[in-house]
Write a protein that binds this ligand. Structure first.
Ligand code: F6P
Length: 323
């Protein structure tokens, strides 16, 4: 029979994602309701090794639901992944009397949570990454806000592209996943999209550009996922192929910031609330998520990266919807 959970830690790890603060707020307030003591661990797993622990009470998480980033700070820790680091982390958590942790982050963070759960520290995961590349959930925290940032930028770039009748190559984040590029392309009405999961060629893009202008189009937007190619290289190849004027924009870290959308605030709140409910029920070792539009619970030990792209829409964007 496992020991009763009385004191919990909460941390954010890996790339920050809008909605992390909403999740932290929900964790602290739900845990307090259940008379659990909450410790905020700053800078993710690195903070466990450095014993950077702060007490969190409901008033400490006021006025954060509307803020991007993470009030707990975040980091990527290589030391934690070593056997020595992991042993030290467990020791530090035990010394602080922390029985369980809620880990908010991407797939690497879920692996960290699984490693703790496999030892004496109970763990529940909350998926948060703009890349939307985690198996066990259809949507991660931060994706919706990020996509809204992307389409706001693309809409603005479309204005200037149309005015100059130019081609724009816009590079978006996503690591090895083309999810942001595909969903952004659908919402922004982009003419072409380049993603790591699908084969593409400059000749095809050149043909689409030429066909578009022949049909009276005044601009051509190409969304390129960072995992597939660099905007600069794509632009140079298109200039060579078409002889037309091309401009590039790399959206970069602007995609990770900003006030979370309703969807991310509510998703973060739901995930935080449910993660604590799991701890209260002594039901740990899972990542909460959304599958088939319902809350889901997937074993942390089985979480891997996985592509969530809609391949059918990849074809549709380029051959039907943008012609
Ligand atoms: O995983 C989130 C992400 O924003 C990726 O899309 C991107 O490749 C990476 O993090 C950037 O990492 P950093 O902030 O360390 O430059």
């Amino acid at each position: 029979m496992s020991r009763k959970i009385l004191k919990i830690g909460v941390l954010t790890s890996g790339g920050d994602a809008p909605g992390m603060n909403a999740a932290i707020r929900a964790v602290v307030r739900t845990a307090t309701y259940h008379q659990l003591e909450v410790i905020g661990i700053r800078r993710g797993f690195k903070g466990i090794l450095e014993q950077d622990f702060i007490s969190l009470k409901p008033r400490d998480v006021g006025n954060i639901i509307q803020r991007g980033g993470t009030m707990l700070l975040t980091a990527r820790s290589e030391d934690f992944k070593t056997p020595k680091g992991l042993k030290q982390a467990v020791c530090n958590l035990e010394s602080a009397g922390i029985d369980a942790v809620i880990v908010i982050g991407g797939d690497g963070s879920m692996h960290g949570a699984a490693a703790l759960e496999a030892r004496s520290i109970r763990a529940v995961g909350i998926p948060a990454t703009i890349d939307n590349d985690i198996q066990g959930t259809e949507i991660c925290l931060g994706v919706d806000t990020c996509l809204n940032t992307i389409i706001n930028a693309v809409d603005k770039l479309r204005d200037t592209a149309l005015s100059h009748e130019r081609i724009f190559v816009i590079e978006v984040m996503g690591n090895g996943s083309g999810y942001l590029a595909i969903e952004g392309a659908i919402a922004a009405g982009a003419e072409s999209v380049i993603i790591p999961e699908m084969k593409w060629s400059i000749a095809d893009i050149g043909n689409r550009v030429a066909r578009g202008y022949q049909k009276g189009k005044k601009s051509h937007i190409i969304l390129v996922s960072e995992g597939a190619a660099k905007a600069d290289d794509v632009a140079k190849a298109i200039i060579k192929e078409t002889g037309m004027e091309v401009r590039i924009t790399v959206l970069g870290h602007v995609q990770r910031g900003g006030s979370p959308t309703v969807r991310d605030r509510n998703l973060g709140t739901r995930f935080g609330y449910e993660a604590v409910n799991c701890l209260v029920k002594n039901d740990t070792g899972n990542m909460v998520g959304i599958l088939n539009n319902r809350l889901s619970y997937s074993p942390l030990s089985e979480i891997t990266t996985s592509s969530q792209i809609d391949k059918k829409m990849y074809q549709a964007i380029q051959n039907i919807l943008s012609v």
